[in-house]
Design a binder for this molecule. Structure first.
Ligand code: PRP
Length: 215
């Protein structure tokens, strides 16, 4: 490989999804063995491969990429829909799959005459969804444990991510409407993509091939 002075800065979401995605980057030739050491470091680099990884909070990946602190990153489609960051969306990795859905208590009956109280972390997705249906809502912005809201009558319904459905089930809630499927996406900073295309393009090609092979 031609010697490149620039490093590719990659923001990965901390946690199981990030680890799975790192293995894909590793297979694509961007390995960084230090990342597997069991410690609490957040930045790892492999100068020979011109790559530097950061572990960041999943919901923050798009901020690092949009502002150019990272050239590329992996973020859930939920975050991209919610915050509309000014980045390129390069690839659907077809992993980290779940859906955005409306859920309610099993005995919930909607009364269209009344404003619907909706608890969620995803304000914009929720507003857009109900605006498209022409439904009046009162949004209750929570930061987590959203499933509690209908149980305590803080809200009528919730808009949240459903993966296995276990959290809903264990709290006696059920999906009443599906909004959008979600999966992990590779995103790129707009100028980073231009200046580091020699590094990014082969990486994306390999990730796309691995994604196809895993289907
Ligand atoms: C997410 C989501 C649900 C749960 C769904 O929460 O908000 O609570 O996962 O997963 P399941 O369908 O497999 O049960 P997360 O763990 O991200 O934490 P949060 O409570 O901070 O949203």
């Amino acid at each position: 490989m031609k010697f490149l002075k620039t490093m590719l800065n990659v923001a990965l979401p901390k946690g199981r999804l990030g680890e799975r995605v790192y293995s894909m980057f590793e297979k694509a030739g961007f390995e960084c063995p230090a990342i597997k050491e069991n410690n609490r470091k957040l930045i790892f680099e492999n100068k020979e491969k011109n790559v530097r990884y950061f572990w960041v909070k999943p919901s923050d990946v798009a901020i690092y990429v949009e502002r150019g602190a990272a050239d590329i990153g992996v973020a859930g489609k939920d975050i991209l829909l919610e915050y509309s960051p000014d980045v390129y969306e390069l690839l659907d990795l077809d992993t980290g799959k779940c859906k955005m859905a409306v859920a309610a208590k099993k005995d919930f009956r909607d009364n269209p005459e009344k404003t619907l109280r909706v608890a969620t972390k995803f304000i914009n997705i929720t507003k857009n969804y109900y605006a498209s249906k022409g439904r009046d809502i009162d949004i209750i912005h929570l930061n987590g444990s959203i499933e509690i809201a209908p149980i305590l009558d803080l809200s009528d319904v919730i808009v949240d991510i459903v993966e296995t459905g276990t959290t809903l089930k264990e709290n006696n809630l059920e999906v009443i409407e599906s909004i959008v499927p979600i999966s992990a996406r590779v995103i790129a900073n707009k100028s980073g993509f231009k200046f580091k295309s020699e590094l990014i393009e082969p990486l994306i090609q390999s990730l796309a091939k691995q994604t196809e092979d895993n289907k």
